[in-house]
Design a protein around this ligand. Structure first.
Ligand code: F6P
Length: 373
């Protein structure tokens, strides 16, 4: 019997998913003689047994396409909204896996997907994962595919905003994606020559940003570009979150923990749109006309960059070799210039954040960029 492999894509989409599906599918089928079945819309398709046969025709002509031919969702096997209820669908997921006599399941996804994959490993399934996300924040891998394309899109946007900011002598605030990790803001900011870069990892002081902008003005530079990660916070906001997290860790009862988690969710819900408040504040503090551009899902759309096509194809084809060797419970990761296998258990629940002493932060400071502190 040929090996039978299932594939799904889960979490937010990103450019390069189809390149990875194609690399994996073609290598698995044509090189190793495996059968490959796709599950639709992430773990939901696995719970509901919605499949598509990944034959030669399905795998052809998709290398350059954005999105994912399999569809995706943020559904978790153990907490899936069904109608107006949220149900544990783990048994349904296991039943589908066994009904298809799968030898292994490959999950392409970011941090949440790695956690869900590990739950399935613990439930006894053979799982391999690939790292995708424009946030580039998956533990133990130097890169996730999707990041390079998003970086290009954000950099081009910053380049374009430069000319309009200069013409009008304005401050332009550019919000890029990244709730917890600031890699995209950091690298796009450096590539685009931003004057200020604000990351979730380095709480900012609006007065210091305004001071940096005033210094530019005094030296004759009458425009400024401020690149902000969507999860960046002021010093006060970061202190509020830190104290809620501390209180939750110390809480004795489940009731208290739930109440504090509710406060944290409320904080994060209200934090969406914080760049609007920051833009107004900077305008007030500097008395300079200020505009905001939110790049949003543009950063995740469209055709993957050459680097993402190459990386995703490499990961996909290597993955077929790992499956052929029947090695399971691993994520394929880029470390240095090699693809290595790391236990999913060591990736799940961890995030790769920008360390405050990262060399790129020093590089930014050396070219005069302010990090808002
Ligand atoms: O996790 C990737 C990501 O693109 C984040 O940078 C962003 O905050 C989030 O997804 C947006 O998610 P959604 O597509 O669900 O709005």
């Amino acid at each position: 019997m040929p090996q039978h492999i299932g594939i799904l894509t889960s979490g937010g989409d990103c450019p390069g998913l189809n390149a990875a599906i194609r690399g994996l599918g073609k290598a698995a089928r044509d090189h190793y003689g495996m059968r490959v079945t796709g599950f639709l819309n992430g773990f939901r398709g696995l719970a509901n047994d919605q499949t598509v046969e990944l034959d030669g025709a399905m795998l052809s002509g998709i290398l350059t396409d954005g999105g994912t031919i399999l569809g995706t969702s943020r559904d978790k096997p153990h907490r899936m909204p069904i109608g107006d209820r949220v149900l544990d669908m783990t048994d349904a997921v296991l039943a589908t896996y066994h009904r298809h006599h799968l030898d292994a399941l490959v999950c392409l996804g970011g941090g949440g997907t790695q956690k869900n994959a590990q739950r399935l490993v613990e439930a006894g399934l053979n799982v391999v994962t690939l790292p995708k996300t424009i946030d580039n924040d998956i533990a133990l891998t130097d890169r996730s595919f999707g990041f390079d394309t998003a970086l290009q899109i954000a950099t081009e946007a910053i380049d374009r905003l430069h000319s309009t900011a200069t013409s009008h002598e304005r401050i332009i605030v550019v919000e890029v994606m990244g709730h917890r990790a600031g890699w995209l803001a950091l690298e796009a900011g450096i590539a685009g020559g931003a004057d200020v870069i604000l990351l979730p990892e380095i709480p900012y002081d609006a007065e210091k940003i305004a001071a940096a902008i005033r210094t530019r003005t005094q030296s004759g530079k009458r425009f400024s570009i401020v690149v902000v990660a969507e999860g960046a916070m002021s010093v006060e906001e970061a202190a509020e979150v830190a104290s809620l997290l501390k209180a939750r860790d110390k809480a004795d009862s489940k009731k208290d923990r739930t109440a504090i988690s509710g406060k944290l969710s409320k904080f994060h819900d209200e934090h969406v749109g914080h760049t609007i408040r920051l833009t107004r504040k900077l305008e007030k503090l500097t008395s300079q006309e200020t505009r905001l551009t939110i790049l949003g899902h543009l950063q995740r759309g469209g055709t993957p960059s050459a680097a993402d096509r190459v990386f995703a194809t490499w990961l996909g084809t290597e993955c077929a070799g790992v499956l052929h060797a029947r090695q399971y419970g691993v994520m394929l990761a880029l470390q240095g210039n090699r693809i290595v296998r790391v236990p999913i258990a060591e990736v799940a629940g961890r995030k790769r954040l920008v360390p405050p002493d990262h060399p790129l932060i020093a590089a930014g400071r050396h070219v005069g960029t302010s990090f808002g502190i």
